[in-house]
Design a protein around this ligand. Structure first.
Ligand code: SF4
Ligand code: SF4
Length: 162
């Protein structure tokens, strides 16, 4: 099956190079869960970029109790509670969340449903050059490529405690 590869390393650099741009977001609508619709970028950041701090200052600072850890230690944001204050973005010592995360009033025309092949292609075109591509390849930790789910691969440098 054709999958999407999102390069989080290049995406972060693209945002640093041009902080005012609006980054296109990929969604998998069947992934809607009780905590609201999550973009792939958010899911990837909390699963792969986050260092899973024991004391989790992001959770402590949140004024809305919108963040919690799941059973795997992965941060989960309750979108219905989040007030987009960005305190968590600011306090995270590792820059897990990109600066444009959790904005209200984002351009919904830049949200793409990746269960649809046409939208997948539009998502690639709308994303910063070289940050998203289609692939038939599989997970490859040697290349820093990991599986987020059956349709999406993520390139990210994982933190290891050793
Ligand atoms: S502060 Fe940052 S790195 Fe630490 S748990 Fe929260 S999001 Fe992850
Ligand atoms: S942006 Fe949302 S999740 Fe983050 S601290 Fe503010 S309310 Fe909590």
């Amino acid at each position: 099956m054709t999958q999407i590869l999102i390069d989080m390393v290049k995406l972060r650099k693209a945002l640093v190079d041009n902080p005012n741009q609006t980054i296109a977001e990929g969604l998998l609508y069947p992934d809607i869960n009780k905590n609201g619709l999550k973009t792939l970028r958010e899911l990837a950041s909390f699963r792969f970029t986050c260092r899973k701090c024991e004391d989790a200052p992001c959770i402590a600072v949140c004024p809305s109790e919108a963040l919690e850890k799941d059973e795997e230690g992965i941060i989960n944001r309750h979108t219905n509670l989040c007030i987009s204050c960005k305190s968590c973005v600011t306090i995270c010592p590792f820059g897990t969340m990109m600066t444009d995360f959790f904005q209200h009033h984002r351009n919904k025309d830049l949200f793409y449903d990746l269960t649809d092949r046409n939208e997948m292609e539009m998502f690639i075109k709308a994303s910063p050059a070289g940050t998203v591509l289609m692939t038939e390849a599989d997970e490859s930790p040697a290349d820093n490529i990991y599986r987020l789910n059956d349709r999406v691969l993520i390139r990210e440098y994982l933190y290891t405690a050793e």
